[in-house]
Design a binder for this molecule. Sequence first.
Ligand code: AMP
Ligand code: GLY
Length: 441
Amino acid sequence: MNILLITSSARGHAIAEALSRSSHKPSIIAVSPSGNPGIKRIADEQHVMDIMDFDAIADIAKKTKPAFAFIGPDDPIGAGLADVLENMGIPTVAPKKSLARIEASKGFTRELLERNGVYASPKFRLFNRAEPEILNTYIAQELGGEYVVKYDALKGGKGVKISGEHLSSVEDGVRYAMECIEECGQVVIEEKLVGVEFSLLSFVSGTQVADMPAVQDHKRAFEGDTGPNTGGMGTYSDANHSLPFLSDADIARAKEINRLTAAALQKECGEGFRGILYGGFIAVRDGVRLIEYNARFGDPEALNILPILQSDFVDICTAMISGELSEDLVTFKHKATVCKYITPQGYPDNKNQKGETVTFPHIGENARLYYGDITENDDGSLALGSSRTAGIVGIADTISEAEKIAQQLCEQVQGPVRFRADIGTDELVSQRSTTMEQLRS
Ligand code: AMP
Ligand code: GLY
């Protein structure tokens, strides 16, 4: 069985590893934008090429006749690679372009939920005319100056600006909203929510939904959640598949929102969403709200989730394709995980460490190492790229033990690198719980 895997980064390495554990013993034909040493060891073929070159990917698909394709990153999904492959008769685990609007357009998502009675959004409005007075009135009066402005297209996680963080006045917000309208025709302006964020990802095939363990991501570059936003510096998940600061009702509601959204997509798009529906939620004073949807695995979330996937990942993909996905088919080990990303010392701003050598310690049974932006030299040594280097995941019965495993391994990595020591620590986890208790008391 050939599987065509279009992917990149440590998330791609984790996906390749999970597929390779399957009892079907698939041959993985990987297509990635750079040579990933982890994927190289697992895949039968690794084609290093532009993953937006759909004609070239179609040629590889014609030659290798995969049983199915799996697409990892947002850009090829958002641009319709699943449509190209499906039109060639290759079943694809990733949504088609019209369904991927759930990630690519924040305005589409807010309106879809509203039209279908899924009351999970903050107060919001879409604007497509650059009228400063109207924008000003909405931000200042209707939202009371506490607001978020969202560029309405894919922008690599850089399109969202928040009052009090990136925008210091109502005028700043109006200016950025005008810029968004000029560049992409539309902007979403919404209420700024206060609470604790978490990710809940589900496997989806039309209206069939099976959930994964909840994960908390840490997007800020530095300890104490300071510095610029990054793709994610690390993540943790708990053995009970919830998170210490969430109630049973919070998790149940997030799962319900994913189900209602899958049903709304099927109803409005004429066909169902197939792939990974990633809900970015925030637990607030009176429940749970949706921050955004992604149409793919999270990075690093996939690094927590996939190592503890107990079921056969190929069987799950096949069931998503045949429309036979059920909750019974998807089981996870009851283990906690903590992932810490190793990055170049100057990440994200300074790229001076690119090309320098990095070495990793031996990784035992209770941990995983997933390679990200790293290249293998001819002599087998590894060199840093400029983005996130590798995710190290500790796996144990509690978050606290998993954190210690990940931390010890990160400390042994040699080279001009850094990581966030605070992710998954007892102190950080209990701070989250205190924040939620205070909000809800
Ligand atoms: P997004 O790309 O929509 O996930 O936004 C990026 C980040 O901005 C999120 O992870 C949140 O931290 C923050 N954010 C987005 N929308 C809101 C909101 N309505 N209230 C508060 N923070 C938000
Ligand atoms: N961890 C954030 C993302 O994958 O978008």
